[in-house]
Ligand binder design. Structure first.
Ligand code: NDP
Length: 328
């Protein structure tokens, strides 16, 4: 492929400028594996790279932290022409040209073979959001989460990580309470398996109490900020929160009290530098026991490369429901 289409983001006087351009291999970052991209997906981070440029480490950049496709050529013996692969995380789409391009070139050590049980499309319906939700569920279970032992709160519920986490937990038999700013999405969230839907104001700290009524055996928190403050103050004895995002803010005020009087666990989740060996296993679980039952019907819709600039603006404004995939 000599020339192909990609979304290119460059710095502007204020923020960034996004253009669909015809580019060539010389415009892509270096790597051993060249991939014909079949699908990408839209994550909050892509909005940050495309719209504000805040987390882009180089310009111009092709954003897209997720991609899945077929190997066109490989200089690494682990991959052959025709292999179906997934590439997410590391510096893809922030420092290394990413998935919003018909062709991508990725270092072999960042490439995951598509596991049996997932199609390329399904792998991007999951994408980094699904991978992160799976990391949260696994980490909570390693710390004692079990069905029947109490409610699990998922906030940022209508977003990518939140909606996939609800679906994964409900499929495993957990009683999930979904917190959202968009209660008009209650039926959608219930269709993913939420037992109850509450407004995010109910789990936002407004009074600075470090402990309050114990309500949750665990929580998955893509929001952070005052929501996380509330969660820390309301986890049950021995409960855990998996902190994975900052959609509502990065600052958190707490005290030692819930830690030393309720033995709670504050668990950090990072998908970006998660090592390759366990990463492959997480993708295998996403193709098996953790594959969300409602993936096809409830979670995704598709956009084209041309529709991406508007979609990236929408995701930063919290207007996107569930997952959006990009089809090439
Ligand atoms: P989405 O935009 O799809 O979802 C975020 C959701 O958070 C929104 O849908 C909304 O849910 C809620 N939200 C948005 N703004 C606010 C606000 N101001 N206050 C409270 N809630 C808000 O993003 P993703 O699900 O893709 O990502 C979620 C977060 O997780 C991001 O911060 C992202 O950077 C982070 N992340 C981290 C990863 C890691 O490795 N740790 C990997 C992937 C994502 P609702 O309308 O239902 O309230």
């Amino acid at each position: 492929m000599e020339r192909f289409k990609a979304l290119v983001v460059d710095k502007a006087d204020e923020g960034t400028v996004m253009d669909i351009k015809e580019i060539g291999m010389d415009d892509l970052s270096e790597g051993e594996v060249t991939i014909k991209v079949a699908y990408s997906s839209v994550n909050y981070k892509d909005g940050m790279v495309g719209v504000t440029g805040s987390i882009a480490e180089t310009f111009p950049i092709v954003p897209g932290i997720d991609l899945a496709g077929t190997v066109i050529s490989s200089e690494d013996e682990r991959f052959q022409e025709g292999d179906e692969v997934i590439a997410t995380s590391y510096y893809i789409g922030t420092r290394h040209s990413g998935g919003f391009s018909e062709v991508a070139r990725i270092p072999a050590e960042w490439v995951v073979p598509l596991p049996e049980g997932l199609t390329l499309k399904e792998s991007m319906e999951l994408g980094t959001a699904g991978f992160t939700a799976a990391l949260c569920v696994k980490r909570l279970e390693e710390n004692g989460l079990e069905p029947g032992a109490g409610k699990v709160l998922v906030d940022g519920a209508s977003g990518g990580v939140g909606s996939l986490a609800i679906n994964m937990l409900a499929d495993k038999g957990y009683e999930v309470v979904a917190s959202t700013g968009r209660t008009e999405e209650a039926e959608y969230l219930k269709s993913l398996g939420a037992a109850k839907v509450i407004h995010r104001d109910e789990v936002t700290d407004t009074d600075g109490k470090s402990t309050r009524k114990r309500q949750w055996q665990a929580a998955i928190d893509p929001v952070g900020g005052k929501t996380l403050q509330y969660i820390l103050s309301s986890l049950d004895y021995g409960g855990s929160v998996a902190t994975c995002g900052l959609a509502g803010g990065i600052e958190v005020e707490t005290t030692v009290l819930p830690f030393i009087s309720r033995a709670i666990n504050w668990l950090g989740i990072d998908s970006v530098k998660y090592p390759m060996e366990p990463r492959i296993k997480v993708w295998e679980s996403l193709a098996g026991e953790l594959k969300p039952s409602a993936l096809e019907t409830h979670i995704s819709h598709e956009v084209s490369l041309e529709e991406l600039p508007d979609t990236l603006r929408d995701i930063l404004k919290g207007r996107v429901r569930g997952r959006i995939i990009v089809k090439f």
